[in-house]
Design a protein around this ligand. Structure first.
Ligand code: PLZ
Length: 446
């Protein structure tokens, strides 16, 4: 078993480009892919990856990239983390599947205990485990509806909640997520949120706008839940103005609306707290986690107040692979790694290295309109010189330059004009500085 482990850990922790990007082997694989993989599945960078460790990804041509995207915030503990690989490998040989709703097993229970312990709030909590983020959102809505006896679901502009039918309706951006894929689920209400760079509103004013919109167009009494990302992910790492989220939570509590934090992208240590809600002083009724929770294995959780979570009749929640033993073992290892390696502090270290560098770039390149984010969830918003008009072309140019030079960068944003940084918490200062030097070159050559 241990023969499996050293393969990727042996990767030299440096950026190294040895062929054109994409290289010949990637190009050949891409031709095979075009013949058999559905056209609706696209890839931001058609570089076929083979191995990875820590913050380094190696492609089939032997190019080594510094990974500032972590597969969209999944590899928070680092690629092929030894503890995660060992736990999953051991579990694979013991019990791969049983189906928790038929014959349960400890791993599921342990993950639920850990989520109860580490999500915000000092009250009795319960959890249901699922396979993906979208499935967690779906189940949170089911539970909130059952608990309240109401149908309405409120979400915010620029939100991303998934690609299933219900979650498409909850996701803001039509292209590429929704166009032509309707009809969508009903009773979803999208309200204006808080986007300080564009709306200039205080948290109190933005919350008043959100609440007034929902009260006038739906009525608080018809809302089962309000689902918010404490820091919006796909929407562009939008950090709400101070006081916005507490005002929303207060309104929800006063009106019997379940306040659900979608922490699928912002959670699990990425911002230097287990969950980003903690930065804003809110204690959600229900917290959703996925992505970084299990070091790359698919598992997701809905964790909330016991009385809300218990509102479903027995048998109302489940799924064949939901809370799979191997993914659960990996999740338990991830919680262990966060403690053992003090990863909350690592997220703060990354912010302390990266944010000043991004602010310094902003002072020299007026195409950078805004620098924002918390911990290892940072972003820059690119604009036409000096203003707020979106500049997606600059994002495309910078990310393409970075890829050519061995740095994986992700875009984001309703207008596609945001570059987000969500590295593994295992990334070293040297790797960060090296990646920033590439970014600097990219802006210089714009
Ligand atoms: N909620 C806040 O960020 C997933 C999706 C990328 P799944 N975001 C990345 C893509 O192009 O598909 C996400 C999220 C938030 C829900 C989800 C959905 O999680 O695991 O992708 O279903």
């Amino acid at each position: 078993m241990t023969d499996i482990l050293p393969v990727s850990t042996a990767i030299d922790p440096v950026r190294r480009i040895v062929t054109a990007v994409p290289g010949p082997k990637s190009q050949a694989l891409h031709l095979r892919r075009l013949a058999v993989v559905a056209g609706g599945v696209s890839s931001a960078l058609p570089v076929y990856v083979e191995r990875a460790h820590g913050a380094i990804v190696v492609d089939v041509d032997g190019n080594q990239f510094i990974d500032l995207g972590s597969g969209i915030g999944v590899m928070t503990v680092g690629h092929t983390d030894e503890a995660v690989v060992a736990a999953a490998t051991a579990q694979l040989g013991e019990l791969t599947h049983a189906m928790f709703t038929i014959t349960p097993y400890e791993g599921y229970v342990r993950v639920a205990e850990l989520l109860a312990e580490h999500t915000p709030g000092d009250f009795a909590k319960k959890t249901v485990l699922l396979n993906s983020g979208a499935e967690a959102v779906e189940n949170a809505v089911k539970i909130a509806r059952k608990h309240t006896g109401r149908a309405g679901v409120a979400v915010l502009e620029h939100a991303y909640h998934g690609r299933t039918n219900l979650t498409m309706a909850m996701t803001f951006k039509a292209m590429p997520y929704k166009a032509g894929f309707g009809p969508f689920a009903g009773s979803i209400h999208t309200a204006p949120g808080s986007y300080p760079f564009h709306d200039g509103l205080s948290g109190a004013d933005a919350a008043a706008r959100t609440i007034s919109y929902l009260e006038k167009s739906v009525g608080a009494g018809d809302l089962a839940c309000l689902v918010v990302e404490p820091i919006q992910g796909e929407g562009g790492f939008v950090v709400p103005a101070e006081g916005y989220l507490p005002a929303l939570q207060e309104w929800c509590t006063a009106n019997g609306i379940v306040f659900i934090a979608d922490e699928i992208q912002s959670g699990m240590a990425r911002t230097g707290r287990y969950f980003a809600s903690e930065h804003f002083g809110v204690v959600p009724d229900v917290v959703l986690s996925a992505k970084g929770i299990a070091g790359g294995l698919p598992i997701a959780g809905v964790t909330g107040r016991a009385e809300i979570m218990d509102s479903s009749h027995p048998g109302g929640l489940g799924g064949t692979f939901a809370g799979n033993p191997v993914a659960a073992a990996a999740a338990v290892a991830v919680f262990g790694e966060i403690e053992r390696r003090s990863l909350l502090a690592e997220a703060a270290r990354i912010e302390s290295v990266l944010k000043p560098e991004l602010l310094s770039l902003q002072s020299r390149y007026d195409v950078i309109g805004d620098v924002r984010g918390i911990g290892a969830m940072l972003a820059i918003e690119l604009v036409r010189s000096g203003g707020t008009e979106p500049n997606p072309a600059a994002v495309t140019a910078v990310t393409a330059y970075a890829a050519q030079h061995g740095v994986l960068l992700l875009n984001a944003g309703t207008w596609g004009n945001v570059i987000r940084f969500l590295p593994s918490l295992a990334i070293s200062d040297e790797q960060l500085h090296d990646a920033i030097s590439v970014l600097e070159d990219a802006f210089r050559t714009l």
